[in-house]
Design a protein around this ligand. Sequence first.
Ligand code: DOR
Ligand code: ZN
Length: 346
Amino acid sequence: MENLTIRRPDDWHVHLREGTVLKDACRDLSRYIGRAVVMPNLSKPVTNLTLAKEYYNDIKAAMELFPRQFTPLMTLYLTDKTSSQEIIEAARSEIICGIKLYPSGATTNSQSGVVDISALFPIFEVMQREKLNLMIHGEVTDSEIDPFDKEKLFIDRHLAAITKEFPDLKITLEHITTKDAVQFILDAGDNIASTITPHHLIYNRSDLFRGGIRPHLYCLPILKRSTHQTALIEAAISGNPKFFLGSDSAPHDIHSKESACGCAGIYSAHASLEFYTHVFDQMNALDKLEGFASEFGARFYGLQKNSDSVTLIREEWEIAEKLPLGADWLIPMMSKEIVEWKVINK
Ligand code: DOR
Ligand code: ZN
């Protein structure tokens, strides 16, 4: 197949940052993404509806520069202090898509995240009642735990208890990285789904150390061994609607990545659909791409599917070495490498 036309995709997990880099973070997504779920982990986290409205307006203003725009779906950052009232207001807001749980210390700008998950059960009760989605960064944070085990332990220690106590709470386990997470999602009810990133499909932990340490492949949850990568690929191409597109595209400037203590995040918004298409193509599963990229997420969040489409052609092109990010630059995923699919009508 040389041409592939699919319903316009959405990205159910992105980072856009704030201030001078915001417009650059919106640039690539605005090319062809329909809707994007925007993560709230700014340096001043988006902890309430007022901040979410401000951020929403900033994103809309930043996108005026571009010929087309995506629709931002906003999230609130859960803290130990989030009140029931804030949850109720969020549930009734048109712009809010869900509440994001970062265990405190799990990742970038998560210092204000949740320390005591069980103390938030009354909040989960309200969310279940109000039918408000909980999006989870699923890793434990104890420093003595091996980083490669943190996702599985989160599932065993926390997620299993949350889903048992709140059987109707809608939960997205974000950016899953292990076969354990895949199995958990498969065994759970229809109210539990997950996003899968292009980098966790294309890379495994050997790539992180290929020829030296590769800071631009450092992300959280960290890349796992190839058996887990295989399980993720199988889940993505399975046609099971519990698995859908969430790129976790996370812009960081070159200096923050290439540093003695580099930060986590892989930028993929410049070509995420092309990357996913490559994976599905390799697996002879191009017929399953549309569901994963353009239908299952909308269905899970109770939204209409996009009504227009995008077309990809099989054509080799080279990914830019670097892309502007505010006054600095970022190194995009697959920098200077060749991709064999290209979105043409944007
Ligand atoms: O690699 C990551 N980067 N994982 C996250 O959970 C956060 C993200 C970021 O904000 O940079
Ligand atoms: Zn993320």
